[in-house]
Ligand binder design. Sequence first.
Ligand code: SAH
Ligand code: SF4
Length: 352
Amino acid sequence: MLMEEKTNLLGLSLTELETAVIGLGERPFRARQIYRSIYRRRQFEIGEMTDLAKDFKQRLTSQFTVAPPQVARVFQSHDGTRRYLLTLTDGQAIESVYIPEARRRTICISTQVGCAMGCTFCVTATMGLVRHLQAGEIVGQVLMILNDVGETRDGSTRLNVVLMGMGEPLHNYDQTVKALALMADVRGMNISPKRITLSTSGVVPALKKLAEEPVVPNLAISLNASSNAQRAALMPINHRWNLQELLQTCRDFPLPPGRRITFEYVLIAGVNDTIADAHRLTKLLGGQRVKVNLIPLNWDPRLNGVATPAGDRILAFQRVLADHHLTAMIRRPRGLDISAACGQLVARQQEH
Ligand code: SAH
Ligand code: SF4
């Protein structure tokens, strides 16, 4: 006889949990207790949920489970960065990163196993899209890392979450939006949308739709080029939605007051790092309230025909932007000794 698959409670919204609990003949407030256990206390053993009666826990366990991603390996860098290789219930692997800094902690999470977008400078792209992650697998990364590093949310070290790991979040739209709602829910994980950043290669219709959702995160747009020809060569998505359409969508995006869109620009030697590129970039972004993150390419042997620019070129590029009053930060590489670009760990694991 086949074992019946148990439903994973991790990833269910409060309303869905209420339906599950009512189905077991219990009152809806039981769902709130389970919801708090999972998302607030990060307690994943049904048997150890102390506010539930033993008999109810038994009935619950017969049909349900709480199955977060499991930590398979942790790579610790001298700069404190911790890179996690996590395995999902079907054995697929994803990676997430924990970056502690003086006044904030950032958790970088994945939204897909692999990615379909095919950017030429990205290791995740070499895997292709294996599958989308479920909302529970997306928020589960945050919960597991917080359990691993311990809670210090005392107001002095704020928690940020960035959807910048493996995958294109807006290609996995429904589960990503559900995960955003779970993270922001004050009854559970309680992470302010101001502290959540979604990074996208620019799925224009999905960006427009995202603006209408109840939880709107900060946006980071992976621009990576200063002309359409260049961007299309690096990021095939540009054939579908070009720079002008993408930038217009960003200008129209109803940002809450005080928030700015971040544009990410991976600098690739001899490809998009010239002074002429910097000037074109200032024309594309000039006069808008935006931030630019310059990211020197994280090189990997699996990447073909791309290299990291020399330090002086990176500084010269930044100077042009600064001269045109465009705020541009060079993103200090973190945890270089334990990995490099996103997707590297999993790709490496697959080789062995
Ligand atoms: N798919 C989304 C989010 C994941 S990629 C996106 O593309 O925005 C997150 C960021 O990593 C993107 O800005 C991407 O341009 C950058 N990135 C990808 N490969 C990189 C590499 N080899 N070196 C440096 N940054 C890289
Ligand atoms: Fe996918 Fe982002 Fe990598 Fe492009 S840069 S392949 S969109 S993960």
